[in-house]
Design a protein around this ligand. Structure first.
Ligand SMILES: [Zn+2]
Length: 324
C-alpha cells in the first residue's frame, strides 16, 4: 500500500507516464529546549511526553544570540521534517505570549530580543517560549510530583534560583510570565545580585554563592568547582560543608516561610542541580519553616524532590503541545 502522497499523470503523443510523489513524512515530534545556565538540553518529545532522543550542549558556547539561533536552526534541519513545533524554556524575564525576552539575568546581550519572531522566520515552525521555571512547573504539574495539586511552589536550584507558583491549578503569571522567586530580597544589606537588586535569596542559594562560601571556609589553594563535592563532604560530616548547607537552609527556610504565609501551598517541589543535596538540606529547611512560618499555613505541607528526570525538555514540549 502506498503511503500518503499524490499521483501525477504526464501525457504526450508517445503515451503517458505516472509518477508518484510522496508527501513529507508525518511530523510527529516536538523539539523541547531546556536552556540552563550551565547546559542547554535539547530533546525530541512524542505526544505522550516521552523523550525519544536527547542532546546536551555547554551553555557557554551558545551565549550569543546569533550562535544560539544558528544552533537551533541546524538541530531542526538535521531532524528533517520530523518536528511539528519547538518549545523553549529560557532563563529570564519573558513575555510568553509574544516570546519576547526582556532580559536574562545570567546571560548578557539578550536585552529586548524578539526570540519567538526570529525563530519562526528562521525555522518556519511554530515556536513557544516561556520562563524555564514555569516550564519545569508545567511538566511537574502535568506528569510529575504536582499532578492534581491545587497550590504548589516550584524551585529550580542551580546557577540561580528559579521559581513558579501554581494557584488554583494554574501557573501564576503576570505580563512577564515568571514569578521571579529567586529575586525576593531577604537581606537589607545583602550582596548585589545579577538582577540589579540587593540581598535576593538567589545570592544565598545559587551555585556560585555556595561554592564561594565553601572555598572561603576551606581556605584551600585549589578552588572546588562542583556543588556535588560540598554535598558529598557533608555526608561524611565535614564541618565546613555542613556549615554551608546550614546557612543555605536557614536562608531558604526563611524565604520559603514567606512564600508559605502568602500562598499556603500543599507541596513544595525542589528541582535543578543543587537539589541533588536534598537529603542533606530537607530536614534543615523543614526545621526553619516550622520555626518561622505561621502554623496553620504549614499544616499538611510536603517538601519533595522533583519527579521528572528531564522536566525542562518535557515541559517545553508540553508548552508547545498545549498552545499548538
Ligand atoms: Zn536578584
Amino acid at each position: 500500500m502506498l503511503s500518503r502522497g499524490f499521483l501525477f499523470l504526464y501525457c504526450n503523443k508517445q503515451g503517458y507516464r505516472i509518477k508518484y510523489f510522496q508527501s513529507r513524512p508525518a511530523m510527529k515530534y516536538i523539539l523541547g529546549i531546556d536552556w540552563g545556565g550551565t547546559y542547554i538540553k535539547s530533546g525530541l518529545v512524542d505526544d505522550k511526553g516521552k523523550i525519544v532522543s536527547k542532546e546536551v550542549f555547554a551553555s557557554t558556547g551558545l551565549k550569543k544570540r546569533d550562535i544560539f539561533v544558528g544552533k537551533l536552526h541546524s538541530l531542526v534541519s538535521a531532524l528533517g521534517g520530523k518536528i511539528k513545533a519547538v518549545g523553549i524554556g529560557a532563563p529570564g524575564i519573558i513575555n510568553s505570549k509574544d516570546g519576547f525576552i526582556y532580559y536574562l539575568p545570567n546571560v548578557p546581550g539578550w536585552e529586548n530580543y524578539p526570540l519567538k519572531k526570529v525563530l519562526r522566520q528562521k525555522l518556519k515552525l511554530p515556536v513557544f517560549i516561556d520562563n524555564d521555571a514555569n516550564i519545569f512547573a508545567l511538566a511537574e504539574a502535568r506528569l510529575g510530583a504536582a499532578k492534581d495539586v491545587e497550590r504548589a511552589i516550584f524551585l529550580t536550584l542551580g546557577t540561580g534560583l528559579g521559581g513558579a507558583v501554581i494557584l488554583n491549578g494554574k501557573i501564576l503569571e503576570g505580563e512577564t510570565s515568571a514569578s521571579e522567586l529567586g529575586h525576593v530580597p531577604i537581606d537589607l544589606k545583602g550582596k548585589r545580585c545579577n538582577c540589579g537588586g540587593r540581598g535576593c535569596i538567589e545570592t544565598f542559594v545559587g551555585n556560585k554563592y555556595l561554592l564561594d562560601r565553601y572555598n572561603k571556609l576551606k581556605k584551600q589553594k585549589t578552588r572546588i568547582k562542583e556543588v556535588s563535592h560540598i554535598f558529598k563532604k557533608a555526608l561524611t560530616g565535614e564541618r565546613e560543608a555542613l556549615m554551608v548547607w546550614r546557612e543555605f537552609s536557614k536562608a531558604l527556610g526563611m524565604f520559603l516561610s514567606g512564600m508559605i504565609n502568602v500562598f499556603n501551598p500543599q507541596i513544595i517541589i525542589f528541582g535543578g542541580g543543587v537539589s541533588g543535596a536534598f537529603k542533606v538540606f530537607k530536614p534543615l529547611v523543614t526545621q526553619q519553616i516550622h520555626e518561622q512560618a505561621m502554623w496553620p499555613q504549614v499544616k499538611g505541607l510536603k517538601l519533595v524532590k522533583a519527579k521528572l528526570k528531564d522536566a525542562g525538555i518535557v515541559g517545553a514540549a508540553i508548552l508547545a503541545k498545549e498552545n499548538l
